[in-house]
Every structure is written in C-alpha cells, then in structure tokens.
Design a protein around this ligand. Structure first.
Ligand code: GDD
Ligand code: MN
Length: 415
C-alpha cells in the first residue's frame, strides 16, 4: 500500500546531548512542536513491534480519551526496525492525530530512545510504556492520578500489592532479582528507593528531570531518572507484567552487562549526594537487638546439641544457626518490620518473607566466614580471632539488614 506523501517521512529525531528542556525553556525554544503544552507525553520505544503497534495505540487512545482527550500525545521512537514498525505507525497517524513517530537511524538502544522521545515531547508529564502490551495500559490512569496529586515519579511496580509477573521462568525471575540485588549493593540510595527498579513502565514530572545531561546505558531508563533526576516523592502502583503475544523480547546478556555499566556510571556521576535518603536507624537498632537474641539462641542450641546430646560440632552448628535464623525472623517480622508485615498479611506472604530472610541470612553466614578469614589472616595477622569474628558479624549485620529491608520487608515511599 503506497502511503500518502505527508506520511512517508517521520518527524526529525532530536540530536545532540540527552537533555530534557523545562517548560520555560520549551517556550523560548519555540518551533512548531512547542506550540502547546500538553498534560502527558507517552514515549513508546519500539524495535520490531509491527504486530503490536496497532492494538496498543487503539487501547491507549480509548483509555486516555476518557480522561485527557486532546491533552496527550503518543510518541513512538523506532530504531529503524527491520519489520518497518515506524511505517506501520505512520499509517496510523491519519486515524490518530495524537500519534507521533520518530525513526532513529543513527542511534540504537531502549533508554536513549525513550529520552529522544521525551526531548520531542511537549507534555508536563513524561511517561514510558513498552509497545508489546506486556505493560497493561490501564495502569496509566493510576500513574496519571499520582502525578496529578503531586508525586514527582509514579512507577508501575511488579513488587507491591497487586503486582506480579505472569508466567516468568524461574531463571528470568532469579536474573531480575539478582540484578536488583547487585543494584542494591552498588547503588543502594538509588535502586533502594523503589520496589521495582527494573521497571520500564512509569511517569515522571518534566520538572524533575529537566536540566541534567542524561547518560543512560541499556534498558533501565528508570535508573537514569532516579539517579540524575530531582525526585522527592515517589508513588508506586502494582501491576502484573503480561505474557508477550507477538514478537520476542530483545533482552540478551548484553543488557545485563550494560546494566552493571550503567550502575557504575551513576555511582560516579549520579546525584547520590543530593539524595536525602535517611538511614532507618531505629529499625537498624531493633534489627541489631534481634540479632543479639539470635546469638544467644545459637549458643544455647549449640551447647545442648553438641555438649549435652553429643552431636558432631558442624551438624550442631548448622542446626543452631537455623534455629537462630527462625528466632530472628519471628522477632523481625513482629517488631522490627511490623509496619511492613502488616501490609503483607497471610501465611503465603509470611512464608515468602521467611524464605527470603533465610536465603539472605545464609548468604550472610557465608560472607561471615569469608570476612572472618580475611580479617583474621590478612588484617589481624592471624591474631585476635574473636575480635575478627565480631568485626565480621558487624559487617554482615549491615548486609543482612539492608538486603532484608529492601527485598524481604520492602519499605517503599509509596504514596
Ligand atoms: N527504540 C528501541 N530501541 N526500542 C527497543 C529497543 C531498542 O534498542 N530494545 C527494545 N525496545 C523496545 C521493545 O520494542 C519493547 O517495546 C520495549 O522496548 C521492551 O523491550 P522487550 O525486549 O520486550 O523487553 P522485556 O519485555 O524483556 O522487558 C521490559 O519490561 C521490563 C519490566 O518492566 C523492558 O521494559 C525492561 O526494561 C523492563 O525491566
Ligand atoms: Mn516485552
């Protein structure tokens, strides 16, 4: 089908540094794109989504016309897809004038594509959604409501009440959680601010990310917004990540390498210093006291099993450690993180927390043994074994606390 002439060329794609203009700068920048400020600009990054674009645009328009008809735009940013997604999208612009299409031929990459879309945008709220309908469009209304109520950032999260993933393989779940754990260790005050830092589905106030030169890498555009934006209040909305019906995921190992690279880049150049993330001291003190009670339980059980019942030392220690972990879980769930546990009731949720707590504490046990050996042999010159153990325990307590705070008893600044 030959396209009418006015549809054959997409809009020119913004070039140069990845910087978002403020509304004021947009006004002075002038140009036909900046005639009117809209409420929402939704960037839709695409690569080989030719079969998904039409159903997605139809669902988005039906939905958004209910609440902000004529006051939003959908900006498809296609990286010159071999399946000509950009051309399929252009053909839709006659039916949907709120649809804009950018075709990038010199650049590639999901995060940068989103930012190019936001640079071409005229909305006060800048959003991003995947083109493959794995992000249910209906959640947009809740994200929109959160920003309208003043949140700086509204994230669709798989890891809060109402969230989840459909049939994700165990390996994909482990990889996603593993990536989150690495992020918590490398960039705790950025990655730790939301329950689903891997989310590619969110909306942010333009004023919160206008100004800094953005420098993303790979897939995780939310990291860039959290790491360089001026984000104070964050809202989270639960959503279930859907099964993809058409096309295939473009996630490869390269995205995981890019992710680590992106974390390190943000650690150096992000806005870490400005982030006012108060360390939850009171919770940490309670966690430490519970840990102390665990030491007592561990010692008593070890004595009963090894000295009284005559069980071999290693087996006694393993059983004693496990009983101590259970003891600590019960106290932490009922006291240290009571406010969070109360939001996640039910034996299934509690069992999930126990398993995560157990895994983190066992990881902590391994780390404890490693730290003990390093400190005893390399730092203390094979003297003061018990002092080395105390230092190792102190370090591991931070590890256990932080990971449990962020993974087992997720405390998010949900509005
Ligand atoms: N322009 C452009 N350039 N778009 C891309 C590129 C690219 O290089 N790579 C992927 N996309 C588009 C896809 O067409 C799709 O619309 C969206 O980005 C997500 O790509 P998928 O390959 O489907 O990613 P996923 O489903 O495995 O993971 C998505 O969801 C996760 C959970 O929200 C991504 O958004 C992840 O970043 C996110 O963590
Ligand atoms: Mn997808």
């Amino acid at each position: 089908m030959v396209l009418p002439p006015q549809l054959q060329i997409p809009e020119p794609t913004p070039q140069g540094s990845l910087q978002i203009l403020s509304l004021a700068e947009m006004g002075t920048a002038g140009g036909e794109n900046h005639a009117q400020t809209l409420t929402l600009s939704l960037a839709i990054p695409t690569y080989n989504e030719g079969k998904n674009i039409k159903p997605l645009v139809e669902r988005l328009v039906t939905l958004l016309d209910q609440v902000i008809a004529g006051d939003y735009e959908l900006i498809i940013v296609d990286d010159d897809s071999p399946d000509l997604t950009w051309q399929t999208a252009l053909a839709l612009t006659t039916t949907y004038p709120q649809l804009r299409v950018l075709r990038r031929q010199q650049e590639r990459g999901l995060s940068a594509a989103v930012i190019r879309g936001w640079q071409a945008a005229t909305g006060r709220f800048l959003g991003v959604i995947d083109a493959d309908l794995q992000h249910p469009p209906e959640v947009l209304l809740e994200l929109l409501a959160a920003l309208t109520q003043g949140a700086d950032l509204a994230v669709a999260s798989r890891h809060v009440t109402g969230g989840g993933v459909s049939e994700w393989s165990l390996i994909r779940r482990v990889l996603s959680r593993g990536a989150q754990t690495v992020g918590l260790l490398l960039l705790p005050r950025v990655v730790g601010r939301v329950s689903d830092p891997m989310s590619g589905y969110f909306m942010v106030q333009r004023r919160a990310i206008a100004g800094p030169i953005l420098n993303p890498k790979g897939y995780k555009i939310l990291l860039e917004v959290l790491g360089r934006g001026d984000i104070d209040t964050i809202a989270e909305v639960g959503y279930v990540f859907q099964e993809r019906l058409e096309g295939a995921s473009k996630v490869t190992w390269r995205q995981y390498i890019d992710y680590i690279h992106h974390l390190l880049r943000l650690r150096v150049g992000g806005r870490l210093s400005q982030l006012h993330q108060r360390f939850p001291l009171q919770r940490f003190v309670r966690f430490g006291l519970v840990g102390l009670s665990g030491v007592v339980v561990d010692m008593v059980i070890l004595y009963l099993l090894h000295s009284t019942l005559g069980l071999p030392l290693t087996r006694s220690k393993i059983l004693a450690a496990e009983v101590a972990i259970l003891n600590n879980f019960i106290w932490n769930d009922a006291w240290t993180f009571a406010d969070v546990s109360l939001m996640q009731q039910g034996w299934r949720a509690r069992l999930k927390r126990l398993l995560k707590f157990n895994a983190i504490c066992l990881g902590g046990l391994v780390l404890n043994v490693l730290m003990l050996n390093v400190i005893y042999n390399l730092v203390f010159g094979q003297r003061w074994a018990y002092a080395a153990n105390l230092v190792a325990i102190a370090i591991v307590t931070f590890w256990n606390f932080w990971l449990n705070l962020k993974l087992s008893w997720r405390v998010t600044q949900t509005k």
